[in-house]
Design a binder for this molecule. Structure first.
Ligand code: S5P
Length: 372
């Protein structure tokens, strides 16, 4: 597969945000990456809510995406979802639930929206194998659309209080919420002990749908000297939209996602550009002029600080590691996914920064912003 010279290879993340065929969520992510100067995704493979929220808080400033395995979190609950969403909003990153769906359409819809995890509700990104055929994508897209339709509403809560009474202190102040985050809005409707007799609530509902014609954002896309915080402020919250990554290659030794399988994966993605943001793969897979898929790559590790790249790294269970430089500069991938490389470090914040710097430098070198 000849992918090395595709134009996206040398395009900046900012330039790619405005290419045709870029969904709003992909454009948001590309701008987020450009503003925070990070193409690092943390794979937060921890087993309790406390650990998950702690690591998100600790490295949130250094990442563009936080990847979860919700099914290994022993006490996963609404508190986990809300906590994660809250940190994602404050620290500006997207959430990717690494669910690796691989069943028939009817089943994946239920797995995506229901059960104890309700993934579609809190994770902007998830992923799927194409083993069952292309209907897995249409099924997940349909489920995402209905989740968006039920939650992505602009809720205007208007309070009409009766004339003041002696019991005014009993009136809660009900916050008016127009947050893009349904978990936030749910809180408003569940506020305790509301005095229903004196409060009337009117709700306006509107829905947004995903578009693959990116909207120009001159306030972000042109350098006017604004600093990172100001740009993040302008970027705003992530839109309440959903996107899918297809597993086109794996990092593990002897995996079967090769050749014709990988090529079929790309074809399926092209038929669903509004929903499929890109791939989990070890190489960039853009090859047709209209392609602007984002490749996220796991199996990334650095040798300990101070040591040079040496022998090939791996674990005892088939995982194979490459350096950020190899993955981004030589293989043209867009986001590096790092788990144990950061999770096992003594200073995880500092280690995340080391990976961020390496990944960013490799990107700058690839697109010609930095000389080798
Ligand atoms: O091919 C793959 C695809 C994925 S999503 N290889 C992977 O390792 N992953 C995931 O990336 C894996 O499930 C794990 O969550 C993470 C890699 O973790 P690490 O500790 O090896 O960096």
């Amino acid at each position: 597969m000849s992918t090395a010279r595709h134009p996206t290879w040398t395009c900046s993340y900012r330039e790619r945000a405005v290419l045709p065929n870029t969904s709003s969520l992909a454009a948001y992510l590309l701008r987020l990456i450009a503003i925070k100067k990070t193409n690092l995704c943390l794979s937060a493979d921890v087993t309790t809510t406390a650990e998950l929220l702690a690591i998100a808080e600790e490295v949130g400033d250094s990442i563009c995406v936080l990847k979860t395995h919700a099914d290994i979190v022993s006490d996963f609950s609404d508190r986990t979802m809300k906590g994660l969403r809250d940190i994602a909003r404050r620290k500006h990153f997207l959430i990717f639930e690494d669910r690796k769906f691989a069943d028939i359409g009817e089943t994946v819809q239920k797995q995506y929206t229901g059960g104890p995890l309700r993934i579609a509700r809190w994770a902007e990104i998830t992923n799927a194998h194409i083993l069952p055929g292309p209907a897995i994508v249409t099924a997940l897209r349909e489920a995402a659309a209905s989740t968006i339709a039920s939650y992505n509403t602009a809720v205007h809560t208007e309070i009409t209080a009766s004339p003041p009474t002696d019991h005014d202190d009993d009136h809660d102040v009900v916050p008016s919420s127009t947050s893009a985050d349904p978990l936030e809005r749910l809180d408003v409707s569940h506020a305790p002990d509301r005095k229903h007799s004196v409060v009337s609530i009117s709700t306006t509902i509107s829905t947004r749908t995903e578009s693959i014609s990116p909207h120009p954002r001159p306030d972000i896309d042109h350098d006017d000297g604004a600093d990172t915080l100001a740009l993040l402020e302008r970027l705003g919250e992530a839109p309440y939209l959903r996107s899918l990554l297809l597993l086109a290659e794996m990092s593990s030794e002897g995996h079967l996602l090769t050749g014709a399988y990988t090529a079929t994966c790309v074809q399926i993605a092209r038929a669903h550009r509004d929903f499929v943001m890109g791939f989990i793969a070890q190489h960039a897979l853009n090859s047709e002029p209209a392609d602007n898929f984002i490749t996220m790559s796991p199996g990334v590790q650095l040798p300990p600080a101070g040591q040079k790249d040496g022998k090939k790294l791996g674990d005892a269970l088939g995982q194979q590691y490459n350096s950020p430089r190899k993955i981004v500069l030589e293989q043209g991938c867009d986001v590096i996914i790092v788990g144990r490389g950061i999770l096992k470090a003594a200073d995880r914040r500092e280690e995340a920064e080391r990976y961020r710097r390496e990944g960013w430098r490799a990107y700058e070198e690839r697109v010609g912003l930095l000389k080798a």
